[in-house]
Design a protein around this ligand. Structure first.
Ligand SMILES: [Zn+2]
Length: 330
């Protein structure tokens, strides 16, 4: 019997799960993988991004700014639940922190914000989820966030890497569940080749594209991409979950919806990932991998030496091994 395969993704705000890797998660859910979403904050600092909802007959018509904020706070959990249903998450766990807001705003200093949280305490919350759900694969944000340095996104990266290292270590958080060592840690990434392909397709279709020079001139990090997942049958998970966040995403925004699912498939039917740590084999070269669960065996393999060694050695050693073996691409 095959062991239950579990995929855990860590995100900062409701709607990040829709814009980063939704189709990949949908694909694995359809393939029988148990899928867990950890959302670190409630997105309390988000504004209404869809102005059509202020028109007569729409839910935000005639509201004061304070009423609008209260309405948003009541709607965002519902939007997240619908997005998670569309993508196919089996479980949604709120880590319970407050949205820290954009860089250098007042919300950064709110005592309940993710940004202000003690890093060991925040990591412990994630470790508890990892130990309970036992994911072989964790998806998180990368180490290079110069393009969008949101304090909560930076924190997601830091806490995820520490949780990957500490979940298997019995010396860390002894009261937060039986130690469990995940096997692989991936970073989501944007691909310049994808950006250019979409940009050119939009110009061919509409004569214009929302990607300006700031985007087109961003440094190319495509050499870091180790893993390309064919999501051509699951693009509707991306577009559908984005639309579920109706207060955050304008359904007429060409940035998100300039190409429909079929048009996107014609130019870029993939989602790209960076394998940052692996305990089950070497890090593949550029685009050398097409399956997040490559190297992760069935239940019978779980007693094979590679797993046993990880299980028996002190988890600190395992974490050290993870650092050494998991070549982090520059
Ligand atoms: Zn976010």
């Amino acid at each position: 019997m095959q062991a239950l395969r579990t995929l855990l993704t860590v995100h900062a705000h409701p709607d990040d799960e829709a814009s980063k890797g939704a189709a990949t998660v949908a694909k694995y859910h359809a393939d029988g993988v148990h899928t867990v979403l950890v959302c670190c904050t409630g997105g309390e600092e988000g504004d209404l991004q869809n102005p059509s909802l202020r028109e007569p007959g729409q839910p935000f018509h005639g509201l004061t700014p304070d009423q609008e904020k209260a309405k948003l706070a009541s709607l965002r959990p519902l939007e997240l639940a619908e997005s998670a249903r569309i993508i196919g998450f089996d479980e949604v766990v709120m880590l319970g922190y407050r949205d820290s807001g954009m860089p250098d705003t007042e919300a950064n200093s709110h005592p309940d914000s993710f940004h202000q949280a003690d890093i060991d305490e925040a990591t412990g919350r994630l470790v508890a989820v990892v130990r309970r759900t036992r994911p072989q694969v964790i998806l998180t944000y990368g180490d290079d966030q110069r393009g969008y340095p949101h304090p909560d996104h930076l924190r997601v990266h830091d806490v995820s890497v520490l949780a990957f290292e500490r979940s298997g270590d019995p010396d860390w958080y002894p009261d937060l569940g039986e130690p469990f060592q995940p096997s692989k840690l991936y970073y989501s990434t944007w691909s310049k080749a994808r950006l250019l392909a979409v940009h050119e397709a939009l110009i061919a279709k509409n004569g214009s594209s929302p990607y300006d020079e700031n985007w087109l001139d961003r440094p190319d990090n495509d050499h870091r991409i180790t893993t390309r997942i064919d999501v051509s049958a699951f693009q509707a998970a991306r577009s559908g979950s984005l639309r579920a966040h109706a207060t955050q995403i304008d359904p007429n925004e060409p940035w998100w919806f300039g190409l429909d699912d079929d048009e996107l498939n014609a130019v870029w039917p993939w989602e790209d990932w960076v394998l940052a740590r692996s305990l089950v084999g070497p890090i593949p070269g550029p685009r050398g991998e097409t399956d997040l669960f490559d190297g992760i065996g069935s239940a019978s393999d779980a007693s094979a030496p590679e797993f046993e060694r990880v299980g028996r050695q002190s988890a600190t050693e395992a974490a050290r091994g993870a650092r050494l073996r998991g070549r982090e691409t520059p």
